[in-house]
Ligand binder design. Structure first.
Ligand SMILES: Nc1nc2c(c(=O)[nH]1)N[C@H]1C(S)=C(S)[C@@H](COP(=O)(O)O)O[C@H]1N2
Ligand SMILES: [Mo]
Length: 530
């Protein structure tokens, strides 16, 4: 009788243990970080804006419905872009954990998911208005690296799981592999971002080398009394570091001024022009104090500032290109400015050419434009909100018509024409302030660019409108400070302010939304007097 030993049962893949699942998620997170690190390194070589996080964020900004965008600006202020990028990384991390589990459940499934993510990033990157095909590379190479890492790391998890006899060393090998990969990936992210920043060295150097020319047409002397001495009132000139910033750029464009060009072309342009910065600097240089404000500024809000700008007159350039305003029979009524990052801003040709100080500016408060405010050159048109006049990082001016073309914000539902509305703001006392009874200085700013401020009045509770003292005027295109000495009596009080412009029109009390063409209503501040 012969006995044959029973054949050993073929090894059954044991179902994943909780530790396996945990480690698979860890593998997903580490592979995700690795993919991101590789993507950042490639983006540093291609173009920092092509980084998947930046590209997806930029696409998200463009695809987000306008009300959500406004909510984000209202809620997060100038931190909105940082919040967006953190949000993208959080979503990416959640998806990475999921892909780790998929890869464990079915070999290749998680890796395939990573590749799909890469295609999403690449699609976002190449659909940016300023993109080239190479912008797909960071996402695609990063996702491939992430997929390979995921396949490999989950392989280690399975190996550890199968080595059921002595799982400890195999587990340790997996954790070492995961830890080492994570450290290398974090290093790659940091290095990639640093290299990307280094790429802007030419831009930094060109800005450092720029000496603002002495203006041929200096700003009229600013009256000494334009600036009041009361603490808490916004300074008449806003320092560059405090000047508000509103734009859609996730990465501030850093343009090498030596390579910068501005093209002027379009309807009714007899002589197309292409100008270098040197060409602009060689023209008659003007300097003006101008107040700039954003249509998204709520009543009492912070998105307004005044600077002394240096530049050249835009109307002269247009005239040299053969452009005539509509009143002189010119066929174009809209001037569309385009920036290097694809922003489009449409301005009435009539406004630019009616004699006001519309500028192509390269200087801000005595220094070259800061990168965040549009270096090397931006547009400014007194009397119009920024979104219809103040294109930063400008590279093209096209003459067209309002009928033929809707600029970026207009497609979002904002008005195509948006002159600044007369407005005023109480800077001191602050809302909810607790004050002592007696004389309290109520003070702030009022603005109505092009028309100027003629009168400011303050009302306490339901009392009469009382005329405030006005600081000296620096001209119709800048804001004007004002103050009123108030004999504060104990109790809760509501202070309100309203301005009357140089045309005699008084600000309406009617509260309207910032959309479609700027908020109206009185700024009110509630205080408690003890
Ligand atoms: N290229 C570009 N230019 C732009 C914008 C933008 O998003 N991109 N935003 C505009 C808006 S809405 C305003 S209010 C002003 C703000 O200029 P500042 O950021 O220098 O204060 O810039 C304008 N120019
Ligand atoms: Mo704006």
């Amino acid at each position: 009788m012969s006995t044959t030993p029973p054949l050993p049962a073929p090894p059954q893949p044991s179902p994943p243990t909780p530790t396996d699942r945990l480690h698979a998620r860890l593998a997903g997170a580490v592979a995700g970080l690795g993919g991101l690190g590789v993507a950042e390194l490639v983006a540093a070589a291609v173009r920092p804006e092509a980084s998947p996080v930046t590209a997806v964020g930029a696409a998200a900004i463009d695809l987000t419905p306008a009300p959500v965008k406004e909510w984000a600006i209202r809620t997060f202020g100038e931190a909105d872009k940082a919040v967006l990028q953190v949000g993208i990384v959080v979503v990416l991390a959640a998806v990475a954990l999921l892909l780790g589990r998929w890869e464990l459940a079915r070999r290749g499934a998680g890796a395939a998911g990573a590749v799909v993510l890469g295609v999403v990033g690449a699609t976002a990157a190449v659909s940016r208005p300023d993109a080239s095909a190479a912008d797909a590379l960071p996402s695609l190479v990063g996702a491939s690296a992430g997929a390979a890492l995921l396949y490999w790391l989950v392989g280690r998890v399975l190996a550890a799981s199968a080595a059921s006899g002595a799982p400890a060393p195999a587990r340790r090998r997996f954790l070492l592999a995961a830890g080492g990969t994570a450290a290398a990936a974090a290093g790659a992210v940091v290095l990639g971002r640093a290299l990307g920043a280094g790429r802007s060295q030419d831009a930094e150097a060109s800005r450092a080398a720029l000496r603002l020319p002495r203006p041929d047409d200096p700003a009229p002397p600013r009256p000494r009394g334009a600036q009041l001495a009361f603490p808490g009132v916004a300074p008449f000139i806003t320092p560059n570091k405090d000047f508000y910033r509103v734009d859609t750029a996730l990465v501030v464009p850093r343009i090498d001024a030596d390579r910068w060009r501005l093209r002027i072309h379009g309807l009714g342009v007899a002589d197309e022009l292409t100008l270098t910065l040197r060409d602009l600097l060689a023209r008659p240089v003007v300097e003006r104090d101008l107040t700039l404000n954003c249509v998204s500024n709520e009543v009492g809000g912070p998105y307004i500032g005044t600077a002394r700008w240096t530049g050249v007159r835009l109307a002269d350039l247009l005239r040299e290109a053969g452009v005539r305003p509509p009143s002189r029979g010119g066929p174009a009524d809209q001037l569309v400015a385009r920036s290097v990052d694809g922003m489009t801003i449409g301005t009435p040709v009539a406004d630019v050419m009616d004699g006001r100080d519309a500028l192509l500016a390269f200087g801000m408060n005595g220094e070259p434009l800061p990168f965040r405010h549009g270096f090397p050159v931006r547009m400014l048109v007194p009397g119009l909100y920024g979104y219809v006049s103040a294109c930063k990082w400008i590279e093209e001016l096209e003459l067209t018509t309002f009928d033929a073309y809707d600029a970026y914000w207009v497609r979002d539902g904002w008005a195509a024409r948006a002159p600044v509305k007369t407005q005023s703001r109480i800077d001191t006392p602050r809302g909810s302030a607790r004050l002592r009874a007696g004389t309290v200085v109520v003070a702030g700013v009022a603005w109505a660019q092009r028309r100027g401020i003629e009168r400011v009045e303050v009302r306490v509770d339901d009392g009469p409108w009382q005329r405030a003292e006005l600081a000296a005027s620096d001209g119709p295109d800048t804001w004007r400070q004002w103050y009123l000495r108030w004999s504060a009596t104990p109790g809760g009080h509501t202070l309100a302010v309203r301005a009357t412009d140089g045309g005699g029109a008084t600000q309406t009390a009617r509260r309207t939304d910032i959309r479609p063409d700027g908020a109206t209503g009185h700024h009110e501040v509630r205080v408690t007097v003890e």
